[in-house]
Design a protein around this ligand. Structure first.
Ligand SMILES: NC(=O)N[C@@H](CC(=O)O)C(=O)O
Ligand SMILES: [Zn+2]
Length: 422
């Protein structure tokens, strides 16, 4: 019997006990418990919550070049324990992922990290060479090598003509551009919101205008060219208003936000905590409220981690010198499940935001538990207490403002294509 044919018995799906029948790595049926007629191997699901596995369209894996922060093996291990079947990794490595050779190296490393099958890796190619904002990267070659999207994430493109040509070139290559929306002249790298906390600390903050201006630029180009654009890590109310009205006009804009923009405010940086220093910065409670509304109504299409691991010694620099970024693969699902417990999201919202929308937008494998779908799923233990600490995070990056927080619930098992990864 193939290892990927089995009946997973007694799992909780939408509050009722179900059995999941997997055949040759694909879903055969998901039915009320006790109604599968098959002599395939039985696995006890122990009443755990069944969820489709997650897709992260925005991860920084740091390999090649900055393996002390994270490498592909450690990042994919954190992804597996976080419940992710698909990971799209950003191009801001060293060297930048601007040639097929770098993309191929990333894919080789992923295969070697999980020779029997693990989370699937889908690299994102650079938009410009070295992310320098001058010469377009060879997108055709990058897509052929396996890149699923194009982005200058971390180094926003300020040249509008170049950005327009990049959208056209990427569309010709059949992929979407993911834009980190930030006017690079408006205090890029500040990592703290321009507001009461930055004033109190005597730091130069980053305004919401820096983001919203680029969102507006992208909407204008997307509408004019009739080319889809994906907006990365949206953080503030002003951007949402632009995205909402663009979508009403039928502009092909998709957008993501991250768990931290749904749960944390600028107050997290009030004690100069560099683990809360991220780009775009954590905003106000009013922005958090607006973001929560936007993920419910579909103004924001999906969640992404923006997993941005950095080493402890780097985050120990004074606030303005410390690098931007929060590690997120380990904590994304429990943080989102808490939003479900608190009645802010429904479980169907969570599945749409973390599974169906990201996979479908970027053309990745997607499990909706329909017959024939890849058997990518999680068994989630809602009763596992764990404290976020250097020891409990699988990522090399321990840079999260959640250190010391107790989480209720964790991914107990991940299957990708019917293969048990953890
Ligand atoms: N999001 C972050 O705060 N940091 C990202 C780069 C970026 O997107 O700015 C990183 O690579 O560390
Ligand atoms: Zn970014």
């Amino acid at each position: 019997m193939s290892q990927s044919s089995f009946v997973l018995e007694n799992v909780l799906w939408h509050d009722a006990a179900h059995d999941l029948h997997v055949e040759n790595g694909a879903v055969k049926e998901l039915v009320p418990a006790g109604s599968v007629a098959s002599d395939a191997k039985k696995i006890d699901g122990k009443g755990m919550l069944l969820l489709p596995a997650l897709t992260d369209v925005h991860t920084h894996l740091r390999e090649p070049g900055q393996e002390w922060k994270e490498d592909i093996a450690s990042g994919l291990t954190a992804a597996a324990h976080g419940g992710f079947a698909n990971i799209m990794c950003m191009a801001n490595t060293s060297p930048v992922n601007h040639t097929a050779a770098v993309t191929t190296l990333m894919l080789d490393k992923a295969r070697k990290a999980f020779p029997d099958g693990g989370p699937r890796l889908f690299p994102i190619g650079a938009l410009t060479m070295d992310l320098a904002g001058k010469d377009l990267a060879p997108m055709g070659e990058l897509v052929e090598a396996g890149c699923k999207a194009i982005s200058n994430d971390g180094q926003p493109v300020e040249n509008n003509e170049l950005f327009r040509r990049a959208l056209e070139y990427a569309a010709d290559c059949g992929v979407r551009v993911i834009d980190h929306c930030e006017d690079p002249h408006m205090t890029i790298g500040a990592g703290i919101n321009e507001g009461v906390v930055s004033s109190r600390l005597g730091l130069k903050g980053q305004s919401t205008c820096a983001e919203a201006i680029q969102v507006a630029r992208d909407v204008i180009l997307s509408e004019y060219l009739k080319i889809p654009v994906h907006l990365a890590h949206i953080s503030c109310r002003e951007s949402l208003e632009i995205i909402r009205s663009a979508k009403e006009r039928g502009v092909q804009i998709t957008a993501e936000t991250c768990p931290h923009y749904l749960t944390l405010t600028e107050e997290a940086t009030a004690e100069y905590d560099t683990n809360a220093k991220v780009n775009p910065p954590l905003r106000t409670q009013d922005d958090v409220d607006a973001m929560r509304e936007a993920v419910r109504t579909g103004v924001i299409d999906m969640l992404a981690t923006d997993h941005a691991p950095h080493a402890a010694h780097e985050k120990e620099h004074p606030f303005m010198q410390a690098p931007n970024g929060i590690t997120g693969l380990d904590t994304a699902l429990p943080v989102t499940m808490k939003l479900v417990e608190d009645g802010i999201l429904s479980i169907d919202d969570l599945i749409r935001l973390w599974c169906t929308a990201p996979a479908k937008t970027f053309g990745l494998p997607c499990n909706t538990f329909a017959p024939g779908d890849p058997a990518d799923f999680i068994l989630y233990d809602p009763k596992e207490f764990w404290v976020v600490s250097e020891e409990t995070l699988y990522s090399k990056g321990k840079n999260t403002p959640l250190l010391g927080t107790t989480m209720l619930g964790r991914c107990a098992a991940l299957y990708v294509g019917g293969h048990s990864v953890i």
